[in-house]
Write a protein that binds this ligand. Structure first.
Ligand SMILES: Nc1ncnc2c1ncn2[C@@H]1O[C@H](COP(=O)(O)OP(=O)(O)OP(=O)(O)O)[C@@H](O)[C@H]1O
Length: 705
């Protein structure tokens, strides 16, 4: 039996499909079969019967059919414009839609200015005939003064129309570029981190936003304007030429087909080059960005010459492509110029004979030669219009790739997360990163986080602790298994709603340009100054009060220590009043006073019973503070319990791990015992001493640059 229903479905990574699809499903012999997608998925119902997941792989793509249409039949495939060209041209035109009024007005003005300029050769011809004729009255029916005044007025109107055309085309062009950049940026921010950080690289995305957007914007306005002008000039010019002398015009036209073919081939070649140039520019920007953001490391390693060479290689790639473009342009423009001059020469030779035979006047021949020059330059403009359109199609492919890409972790779909916090469970989760599919980071990982409880997750470096946070925050989704909140798969929630309930304190917190206050209120801009100060106080950020401008101090001018940055990040997380907190403790050693303050701030979070915390812990003093400690090994939790129990259990994995971390030889039990015990005592004593410690002067912590 078949039933039609609309199901909410989520597809595993790699499968692209809208979040809502209609499927026809049947249940023959216990297997659910569905149709309605391009490929037949195998549907698995999980135990809760609320979440459906597809284990689907699209079938291999059929071989690309040969290009259709006349061009496809007569030209080799490499010369046929690809199908996406026309789609992209349509998308580019769609971008210009909101600007249709100014663009239409500009086109109107273009017709006026072009008509005026097209009247110039005709007028010059008539004037020459007037001044050289034995009977001038037969040529001009108006008195010469009136004719000159009329011409002056026409030229003024033409100039004003030209002014309006340029202004309108350029301003709408800039608005289109602005819109394109905004939307592409918004799309980049929506993508899953893997795509931006790994698959493409931030530099590549930046180059799409800056250079590619400009090229596309240019093409829809300046080039379009010049292209239209060229079309008007060449068609009107040719019409007038036919009117003046059909024979000479046909002679002139004999050179057009070879030039047009040249322009077509040149445009195709240029598009390819442009694509490759943009890719090379993206790689160049990425390289520069990487070393400039790590300038300290570069300088500390005296690696500037090495980085220069690396950048130079990238610049060379761009230069090589630019050279190819220069050759192509040189050959094309040289050849077309030569062909143009040859045409003029032929026209002059044959036209002179016609004049001597009295078949055409000197004025008309002059007009014709001028029109030939006009039409020739218009055809040149048309070919450069065609090549820049091709360039824009190349650049637009890169922009539209990003612009219309649906992120693998979908946004704006799913239900809102319930207000109350709840029980989080990782159920048989397996995970590998998309770029390293052969390395299982988690494998059958099970973990329950009690509401309001605190759990420290410990394990060797690279064992996958931070990956657990990444999954909880839905930067990635599990490859198998699921994460649930009170039994509901978190993939059913709207991702923004889910993340709004989670506070994060990363290992190396990022501070954005702006003031300390805006940084603490990052993500919660509606909070009051009193709330910001309260959160800062709770996170032991007393150093802020000692700064010259307090909370209004600009971050850009500060050099903050690791401990200070972490405390600002803790204040930021506290301000969000999160139901769940992911804290990734910094591995770098903090000085004693700083460590006390960070730990004390962490304590406050742990004591806030409304927050469920999952701490990736490195320091024993932090581990000792959590209610529960879990040990991660080979992608699984291999041990869990209270710190006291694990620390005192002979032969526990936890003790072995801590021994390795403390670099204590297995035989040196005394050192390990005292460290494990000492940390717990320290943690307890710290609590008692914290108020006193916070009073300690921290003024010298602040460095204003
Ligand atoms: N985006 C990524 N793409 C591919 N592999 C990754 C990515 N992030 C982490 N890894 C790899 O996944 C494994 C687990 O990394 P993870 O950062 O979760 O470990 P960790 O236990 O938090 O390490 P540490 O304690 O050193 O911070 C490591 O082998 C790491 O190299």
């Amino acid at each position: 039996m078949f039933a039609t229903a609309t199901l909410r479905v989520a597809l595993r990574s790699g499968a692209a499909s809208p979040a809502r699809v209609s499927l026809r499903c049947s249940l023959p012999s216990g297997t659910i079969r569905c149709t309605g997608l391009q490929f037949a998925p195998r549907l698995a119902l999980d135990g809760s019967k609320r979440y459906f997941s597809f284990d689907s792989n699209p079938p291999p793509k059929p071989p690309t059919p040969p290009p259709a249409g006349i061009l496809g039949r007569i030209l080799p495939p490499s010369l046929v414009p690809p199908k996406d060209s026309s789609t992209n041209i349509r998308k580019i035109i769609a971008l210009a839609k909101p600007e249709r009024k100014p663009i239409m007005a500009a086109v109107g003005l273009l017709f006026i200015s072009s008509s005026v300029s097209m009247s110039v050769p005709f007028t010059i011809g008539k004037l020459i005939d007037y001044f050289t004729s034995s009977d001038p009255q037969s040529i001009l029916s108006l008195p010469p003064q009136t004719a000159l005044f009329g011409l002056l007025s026409v030229f003024t109107v033409g100039a004003l129309a030209n002014f309006g055309r340029v202004l309108l085309f350029r301003t709408s062009g800039q608005r289109i570029v602005a819109r394109l950049r905004e939307q592409t940026y918004a799309s980049a921010l929506r993508q899953e981190v893997e795509y931006v950080e790994r698959e493409k690289g931030e530099g590549d995305v930046l180059s799409r936003l800056s250079m590619d957007a400009s090229i596309v914007g240019e093409s829809v306005t300046n080039n379009l304007s010049d292209g239209l002008r060229a079309i008007v000039t060449s068609s009107v010019g040719l019409g007038l030429m036919f009117y003046l002398s059909p024979t000479l015009t046909l002679l002139m036209l004999s050179v057009v087909p070879p030039i047009s073919l040249g322009a077509f081939l040149y445009g195709r070649y240029l598009k390819k080059l442009s694509n490759r140039t943009q890719e090379a520019l993206g790689r160049m920007t990425s390289t520069a960005q990487e070393s400039l953001t790590a300038l300290r490391t570069v300088q500390a390693f005296n690696a500037a010459p090495f980085e220069e060479r690396r950048f130079e290689t990238r610049v060379r790639d761009v230069l090589d492509l630019a050279k190819k473009e220069a050759w192509a342009s040189g050959i094309f423009f040289g050849a077309t110029g030569w062909a143009g001059n040859l045409t003029i020469l032929t026209l002059l030779g044959y036209g002179g004979t016609l004049v001597s035979r009295g078949e055409i006047s000197v004025g008309d021949l002059t007009s014709l030669l001028l029109y030939t020059a006009y039409v020739g330059s218009a055809l040149g403009m048309l070919s450069s219009f065609f090549s820049s359109m091709m360039k824009a199609v190349g650049a637009s492919t890169r922009i539209f790739d990003l612009f219309s890409r649906e992120p693998i972790i979908p946004t704006n779909t799913g239900i809102a997360v319930p207000k109350k916090s709840g029980l989080i469970r990782f159920e048989d989760v397996s995970f590998h990163y998309p770029s390293r599919k052969n390395v299982d980071v988690l494998n059958g990982f099970n973990l329950t986080l009690k509401e309001g409880g605190s759990t420290a997750i410990v394990g060797k470096s690279g064992s996958g602790k931070s990956s657990v946070h990444n999954l909880l925050l839905r930067f990635y989704d599990p490859v198998r298994g699921k994460i649930t909140l009170d039994g509901q798969d978190i993939r059913e929630f709207d991702v923004a709603s889910w993340r709004s309930r989670i506070g994060i304190v990363p290992q190396d917190p990022v501070l954005f340009s702006g003031t300390i206050a805006t940084n603490i209120a990052y993500g919660t801009p509606e909070v009051s100054r009193a709330d910001i100060e309260h959160a800062a106080r709770q996170a032991n950020c007393e150093f802020i009060w000692d700064m010259p401008n307090g909370f209004d101090t600009q971050i850009g001018r500060l050099s903050l220590s690791g401990g200070q940055r972490q405390r600002i990040a803790i204040a930021r997380a506290l301000l969000k009043k999160p139901a769940f907190l992911c804290l990734d403790e910094a591995t770098s050693a903090l000085d004693a006073a700083s460590e006390h303050k960070v730990n004390d701030a962490i304590d406050k979070i742990l004591q806030a019973r409304h927050t469920t915390s999952l701490i990736v812990a490195h320091r024993l003093s932090t581990i000792a503070r959590a209610e529960r400690v879990v040990v991660l090994e080979d992608g699984k939790i291999v041990e869990e319990g209270a710190y006291r129990d694990l620390a005192s259990r002979e032969g526990s994995r936890f003790r072995a791990l801590m021994a390795a971390q403390l670099e204590a030889a297995t035989g040196d039990q005394t050192f390990l015992e005292s460290a494990l015990k000492g940390r717990l005592e320290n943690a307890e004593q710290e609590k008692r001493e914290q108020d006193e410690l916070i009073e300690l002067s921290v003024k010298d912590e602040v460095v204003v640059g």
